[in-house]
Write a protein that binds this ligand. Structure first.
Ligand code: GLA
Length: 399
C-alpha cells in the first residue's frame, strides 16, 4: 500500500560514512514524524484550534559534531550535498531544503549558542510538499538534535518556537505553530486538540473501532508558494483590523460565527476578508464540535464536520485545487466513507478520509483508478497510525 520506504539504521549509517569522511566523533540519530491534521485548517496563525496527529512517516537525522567550523548537509532523498563555512550559515541557500536546518542553526546562533560544525545526513519518508509537514519534521528534528548535542537543555516548547521561527524568518513562510507543535508533542494513538493562542493542548485517544484514517496524495505538482499562503495570513489580519475595534478581540480565532453575522457590514468594501473570516469562525466551531463527537464515538458527526471543513476551504478560504476537489468527491462516493477533506496547506498535496477499515483496499482501488482516469495523475494512499513525536533513536555508534 504505502510506497514510502524506510532505510534500516545500518544502511543509513553506511550512507553517512560514504558521504562524510570518518572521524573519531560519535554519530547520533534522531527522528521527527510528519503530521496529518484531522480538522482545524488554516486556523493556527489566527490563534484558533487545530486537531492534528503525527503520522508513522518522518525524517531521521544522523548527526555528528565536527568541531571544524564546517557544516555539511546531505540527504538520502536529494543528490545535493552542501558544505558551508560558519560565515555562510546565516544566509539562505538558494531555494533549497537546506534552508530548513539552516534556519534552525540561525535561531540557535541568535540565542547566543556557540556552534562549531556538524555533519548531517537527513533521510525522510514523508512525501515532500504534500501537506504532511515534511519541512516541520526537518526543522524539529534538527532543533531537538542540536539541543541534545550542545547540551542547551531548552524546553521542548522552545524548540518548537525555534523551528517555527526558522520557517517564518529564514524560509519566509508565515506559518502558524501547528506543524512544529504537533511534530514535537504528538503521542502515539492520540490526536491533539491544540489552542494555538494559549498553546494549551490535550491528547485525545483515537479509538477508531474498525475505522481507518487514509491519506490520499494528489501528487499534483504543488502550486503552493509562500506568497499564496502569506496572502491568506494578510487577509485574515485585514479581517481582524476591521473587527478588533468593534468586538475588542485580539486575534481572529476568538471570533464566533454569530459575532461575524452581527458584524458582517464592517466588511462593506472587503468581501475577500469576510470570506476568510467566515472560514476561520466556522472552522473553529467545527473543531469544538468534532473533538467531543470523536470522544463520544459519533464518527458520523466527525465525518460530516470534515466534509464541511473541506467545502469551506474550497469556497471561502480558496486553498483547494482541481485535483484535490476531485479526490475528495471520489472519496465521498465510496461506500462507508464518513468524511473527506484536504489536509495541510492545500493548493495540491493530500486529502484525509475516514472510512471503515474493511473498505480501505476497495477504496484505494476504486478512487485510484477513477482519479487517474479523470486527471491523468496517479494518487498514492497511506493508512495512518498516529505515532509519537520527536525523539532520539538508539544509534550512538563511535566510528
Ligand atoms: C501549513 C502551515 C501550518 C498551517 C497549515 C494549514 O501546514 O505550516 O501552520 O497553517 O498549513 O492549516
Amino acid at each position: 500500500m504505502s510506497p514510502i520506504g524506510e532505510e534500516s539504521p545500518e544502511r543509513l549509517l553506511e550512507r553517512f560514512n560514504q558521504k562524510f569522511a570518518r572521524s573519531g566523533q560519535a554519530i547520533s540519530a534522531f527522528f521527527a514524524p510528519g503530521r496529518v491534521n484531522l480538522i482545524g485548517e488554516y486556523t493556527d496563525f489566527t490563534g484558533g484550534l487545530v486537531f492534528p496527529c503525527a503520522i508513522n512517516q518522518g525524517t531521521r537525522l544522523l548527526i555528528r559534531p565536527t568541531h571544524d567550523h564546517q557544516y555539511r548537509f546531505a540527504s538520502t532523498n536529494f543528490d545535493l550535498m552542501a558544505q558551508l563555512e560558519h560565515s555562510e550559515i546565516s544566509q539562505t541557500y538558494g531555494d533549497n531544503w537546506i534552508n530548513y536546518p539552516l534556519g534552525v542553526l540561525d535561531q540557535f546562533i541568535r540565542r547566543g549558542v556557540q556552534l562549531d560544525g556538524f555533519d548531517c545526513l537527513y533521510s525522510g519518508n514523508v512525501p515532500n510538499g504534500a501537506g504532511l509537514s515534511s519541512s516541520a519534521s526537518i526543522e524539529v528534528v534538527t532543533a531537538f538534535a542540536l539541543d541534545q548535542l550542545l547540551h542547551t537543555e531548552l524546553p521542548l516548547l522552545e524548540l518548537v518556537h525555534i523551528a517555527q521561527a526558522a520557517e517564518n524568518d529564514f524560509v519566509g513562510m508565515q506559518c502558524g505553530i501547528m506543524d512544529q507543535f504537533a511534530v514535537a508533542f504528538a503521542r502515539s494513538g492520540n490526536a491533539m486538540m491544540l489552542d494555538c493562542h494559549t498553546l494549551e493542548h490535550r491528547q485525545v485517544p483515537l479509538h477508531l473501532d474498525g475505522l481507518a484514517i487514509v491519506v490520499s496524495n494528489t501528487n499534483q505538482r504543488r502550486e503552493l508558494n509562500e506568497s499564496a499562503y502569506n496572502d491568506r495570513v494578510h487577509e485574515c489580519s485585514r479581517a481582524l483590523d476591521l473587527l478588533a475595534p468593534v468586538l475588542g478581540i485580539t486575534h481572529l480565532g476568538q471570533l464566533s460565527p454569530r459575532q461575524l453575522d452581527e458584524q458582517a457590514t464592517q466588511f462593506a468594501g472587503d468581501s475577500v476578508a469576510l470570506m476568510r473570516a467566515r472560514h476561520i469562525a466556522d472552522e473553529n466551531a467545527r473543531v469544538r464540535a468534532a473533538v467531543p463527537a470523536l470522544e463520544n464515538g459519533d464518527m458520523q458527526a466527525f465525518g460530516s464536520l470534515m466534509n464541511a471543513s473541506h467545502d469551506s476551504l474550497r469556497d471561502l478560504f480558496e486553498v483547494s485545487s482541481g485535483p484535490l476537489d476531485h479526490l475528495v468527491r471520489l472519496a465521498r462516493m465510496q461506500p462507508g466513507v464518513l468524511g473527506s477533506r484536504l489536509t495541510g496547506a492545500g493548493f495540491g498535496g493530500c486529502t484525509v478520509s475516514l472510512m471503515p477499515e474493511s473498505g480501505v483496499s476497495g477504496f484505494i482501488r476504486q478512487v485510484g483508478a477513477d482519479y487517474t482516469a479523470a486527471t491523468g495523475l496517479t494518487a498514492d494512499f497511506y493508512t495512518i497510525q498516529p505515532g509519537d513525536g520527536v525523539r532520539r533513536l538508539g544509534l550512538d555508534t563511535p566510528t
